[in-house]
Ligand binder design. Sequence first.
Ligand code: NAI
Ligand code: MG
Length: 350
Amino acid sequence: MEKRVVCLAGDGIGPEVMQSAKRVLQVVERLYQHKFHLQDELFGGAAIDEAGQPFPARTLAACLASDAVLLGAVGGPRWDQAAERPEKGLLALRKALNVFANVRPVQVDEAAAHLSPLREEIVKGVNFVVVRELTGGIYFSFPKERTAEQATDTLTYTRREIERIVEYAFRLAQSRGRKVTSIDKANVLESSKLWREVAIEVSARYPDVELEHLLVDAAAMELIRRPSRFDVIVTENLFGDILSDEASVLTGSLGMLPSSSHSESGPALYEPIHGSAPDIAGQGKANPVAMLRSVAMMLEQSFGLEAEAQAVENAIAAVLKAGHSTADLGGTETTVSFTDRVVQTMEEQV
Ligand code: NAI
Ligand code: MG
């Protein structure tokens, strides 16, 4: 198989975890006889420095012409006061690819339950997916303005936007545990009232899937109190952003969780859920697992390479099970040495 992957390393630990991703993709190429054309493009703060903007036209064109886009992370204190912010490029990329469905699997293997700061019996067997709406809501709606005395953000959702993300969640639930938890703030927000109404309408088309509603504040508590109750969570952009960082605690670190983002047609986007981690950037400390799991998701979801995706997942699980991890999980591995172990395990397992 021959595929074109655009690699947007970005800032901070982005280039470090991207390097791990490339190494693993090269191993997959070699072990399974594929060809991945890995094309680096400027993105984020690095693009601001070189091209004056976070998402240059050339990068956009490359992404649109690709089979999939792999992204590290963007942002950092260097650009916090700049006229253009790297994070603006990230929002523009998601919008340009129209990747409205952000899929964030949260899984705790039996052998990895001890990595969580929560009690093992709470996190054991956790296996759910957060489906986060990614191209609407408060990050994108207008008016959005600020003066010295007042600032405004707007949370707008259309029926169509809600319908397509809830549909996505129900279809996913049909292939899993047949339960959808829709998270909103319908006791206060108008957009959430519409969200809940549409969720109920969509659920009528999926009689084999159970629908429950949770208010976001209660959901935040349930996520750490009884996380194994969840199968598919569907929620709007901001709630999904916050709840998935919270969910990462179940796995022990933000450095563990991958994501994929899908449109109705066109290339999908794969990225770890974490940011550029400026506090540890350039020190070889970044946990590459979130990025490598994102690579596995790309292999499976965009390229249909199930065995290859499984090989990456199995290798990561085996290395963690053998007690090797980066500092965020209490271990002594570096980004490179952890990746070495994953690569070696893949070679041995074939
Ligand atoms: P962050 O996710 O970068 O870091 C939060 C904490 O988790 C830090 O202590 C960091 O060291 C740790 N961490 C994150 N990923 C890790 C990994 N792979 N291995 C080990 N430890 C890891 O969030 P923060 O600090 O709030 O934001 C930093 C910058 O990243 C900001 O400029 C922010 O806007 C940007 N950001 C970018 C995102 C993206 O590119 N998708 C997402 C979130 C934030
Ligand atoms: Mg986030």
